[in-house]
Design a protein around this ligand. Structure first.
Ligand code: SAH
Ligand code: SF4
Ligand code: F3S
Length: 463
């Protein structure tokens, strides 16, 4: 989840308008916060809106409809949502027909309270209400204030992946919700109970995406490796079927949970190494067993280290990254140092680290001994400083290596003339000189310069 966590991106789309159901329509602007789930959900919304005659607004001031797809994982993204909606007050004054909606995890969490707190909002819909969007929009455009944020816990999770312009690489949802209830985490409350999509639907989706030119899929869910299909297949079975029964070239997944990662899964990954990428994001959260227990993570420091080493042994050459929370309630200096020292035991090429942020409904928010913001931030800085040194050293090994890069973009702008961008199997961003015909192809690039998250190289011609 973390690689794009906390980022905000706007969704735009091109293509013909579908036959509208009503005289609705106009320009829509969707602003997306949070994880891959939200990115996927925004795509779904855009597809549904396209069918209602909406087309993309390149900026909010051109829009007749604005949807802020929100994230609630920490306090900061929630503040961003409030300030973004606030900025639209002036647009609403200029265009009284403008409708503003909030979706995603803050919407699910706050429901009608959000509208009471911010009367500027016309409609609020939760994470399980996306398919009701046509009805929600038609009610809102008729002047009603709409709130739809019920969980449909019993409803099977049968959805088709809706991506308008999938490009080279795209996300495919395999599960929704989470039943783990880590004590710091709001997700079980904003995404509901875990449900898995039937395997055959996932395979059909991927084959359709392949027909549309997609080369790489990332299987996404809050805890992908607890995937259980209606016929009892687990995540390993799914991975094997995606590798062997679809025409996809590359498979990635996020986020696996360490407690559900077993030897069988590693072996399946290794056996299908030609398709399954050798990059694993394995959230640690803390390097201290007592803290892990209070987080309800289901593994100890020792078990995590053993697992990481087993992955590296079973899948030689694979690359690990992780998520870490510092300043969990009651975390002592010594316990924090256990997190620091774990970095010496497991070679994480990148880390996504956060200061603990108390979240509504969660157990840890009620724990005593909450640390001060300044202490949490000091620890965060210390962790990043330590990892920085390690990651620069780890990046150096790529210099001189030839990496297989799937080319995703070609920039023909003045500043980046001739620059291709793609990702290596290890999920490194790689930039090199090449032409537009390379987009969608896997090429060999020899690395000339290496930084922790970006590599620069030269195309190996004639292979
Ligand atoms: N399902 C994934 C991650 C979900 S949230 C997992 O189990 O690891 C993405 C990351 O946000 C988490 O890994 C965690 O590091 C961070 N996070 C979640 N809740 C947080 C909180 N209350 N404060 C700070 N960071 C948090
Ligand atoms: Fe949150 Fe834990 Fe579920 Fe991840 S596994 S989404 S951290 S409750
Ligand atoms: Fe944020 Fe919800 Fe994802 S809280 S990280 S958008 S599941």
């Amino acid at each position: 989840m973390s690689p794009i966590d906390q980022e905000n991106s706007s969704s735009t789309f091109s293509g013909s308008h579908g036959e509208g159901t009503k005289a609705l329509g106009g320009k829509v602007y969707i602003s997306t916060y949070g994880c891959q789930m939200n990115v996927n959900d925004s795509e779904r919304m855009m597809t549904l809106l396209e069918m209602m005659n909406y087309s993309p607004a390149l900026s909010p001031d051109q829009a007749d409809l604005i949807i802020v797809n929100s994230c609630s994982i920490r306090e900061k993204p929630v503040h961003k949502v409030h300030s973004e909606v606030g900025r639209y007050r002036v647009l609403k004054k200029k265009n009284p027909h403008l409708k503003i909606g909030v979706s995603g995890c803050v919407a699910q969490q706050e429901k009608s309270k959000l509208m009471k707190d911010v009367p500027l909002i016309d409609f609020v819909f939760g994470t399980d209400a996306i398919d009701e969007l046509p009805e929600i929009i038609s009610q809102a455009t008729q002047g009603e204030k709409v709130v739809r944020a019920k969980f449909e816990h019993q409803r099977p999770y049968h959805i088709e992946t809706m991506v308008r312009n999938p490009g080279v690489s795209t996300f495919v949802n395999i599960t929704k919700g989470c039943d783990n209830f880590c004590t710091f985490c709001v997700v079980p409350f904003t995404r509901g109970r875990e449900r898995s999509r039937p395997m055959v639907q996932i395979l059909d989706d991927i084959n359709r995406l392949v027909d549309r030119g997609v080369k790489e899929v990332t299987l996404v869910g809050q805890n992908v490796n607890s995937y259980t299909s209606d016929c009892g297949a687990g995540f390993g079975d799914l991975m094997k079927s995606v590798a062997q029964k679809t025409g996809i070239e590359r498979i990635r997944f996020t986020t696996p949970h360490p407690k559900d990662f077993n030897k069988e899964l590693m072996e399946i990954m290794q056996e299908n190494r030609d398709k399954v990428m050798d990059y694993i994001h394995l959230p640690l959260q803390s390097g201290n067993s007592e803290v892990l227990e209070r987080m309800n993570r289901g593994y100890t420091r020792e078990q995590y280290i053993e697992l990481a080493h087993m992955i590296l042994k079973t899948m030689p050459g694979s690359v690990l990254s992780t998520d870490i929370i510092v300043g969990f309630p009651g975390e002592t200096r010594e316990q924090f140092e256990d997190t620091l020292s774990l970095l010496d035991e497991v070679p994480f090429e990148s880390i996504y680290a956060f200061a603990y942020s108390p979240r509504p409904f969660t157990k840890a928010a009620r724990f005593e001994e909450q640390l001060t913001d300044s202490e949490k931030n000091l620890r965060l800085r210390e962790l990043f400083e330590k990892h920085n040194t390690l990651s620069f050293a780890m990046a150096k090994k790529y210099v001189g290596q030839s990496l297989k890069v799937l080319v995703e973009e070609y920039h023909d702008g003045e500043q980046k003339a001739g620059r291709c961008f793609g990702r290596s199997t290890q999920n490194k961003s790689v930039h090199f000189d090449g032409g537009p015909e390379l987009v969608g192809k896997t090429v060999d690039v020899i690395i000339d310069q290496a930084f922790p998250s970006t590599l620069y190289g030269t195309l190996r011609e004639g292979i």
